[in-house]
Design a protein around this ligand. Structure first.
Ligand SMILES: [Zn+2]
Ligand SMILES: [Zn+2]
Length: 139
């Protein structure tokens, strides 16, 4: 999410103090963060930040591919900074740390098989991997 200011400007969006605070928090974390947690940390940077603005900014950044929504085991969503392009997240089950990896033709074989059996035309997928990060494997 390094060039988020550029992406926002190109999309015709203003760089406000609130958006800057949200982006700054996202750039500082390595584990996905909930909107509430983001709001609390964001107000330390920009005291006038509002929770509704946090949600709106997350939706905007997600639509630009700068933020990824992470599905958590408890059914809630958390957010992680991302970069545009075909990417997926890998989340550690124990410590919650997440990294992204580049997707490719990862699900092509599966998609073609599903098309053949269902008659659907498949053109998108959601994929998130879970496991233990190197640090948690050692413990
Ligand atoms: Zn871990
Ligand atoms: Zn993929």
């Amino acid at each position: 999410m390094t060039n988020w200011e550029e992406c926002l400007t190109e999309a015709g969006c203003r760089i406000t103090a609130s958006r800057r605070a949200v982006a700054q928090v996202l750039l500082d974390i390595s584990a996905p963060i909930s909107p509430q947690e983001l709001f609390e940390l964001g107000t330390l940077i920009h005291p006038k930040l509002g929770l509704v603005t946090v949600y709106r900014t997350l939706a905007l950044l997600e639509s630009l591919g700068l933020v990824r929504r992470i599905h958590r085991d408890d059914g809630c969503h958390a957010y992680l900074s991302s970069s545009p392009g075909h990417r997926h997240a890998l989340v550690c089950r124990r410590c919650g740390q997440a990294v992204e990896f580049r997707g490719g033709d990862d699900l092509e074989t599966l998609a073609r098989r599903v098309e053949a059996t269902t008659g659907f035309q498949v053109d998108d997928h959601l994929l998130q991997l879970a496991g233990l990060c190197p640090g948690c494997q050692d413990r």
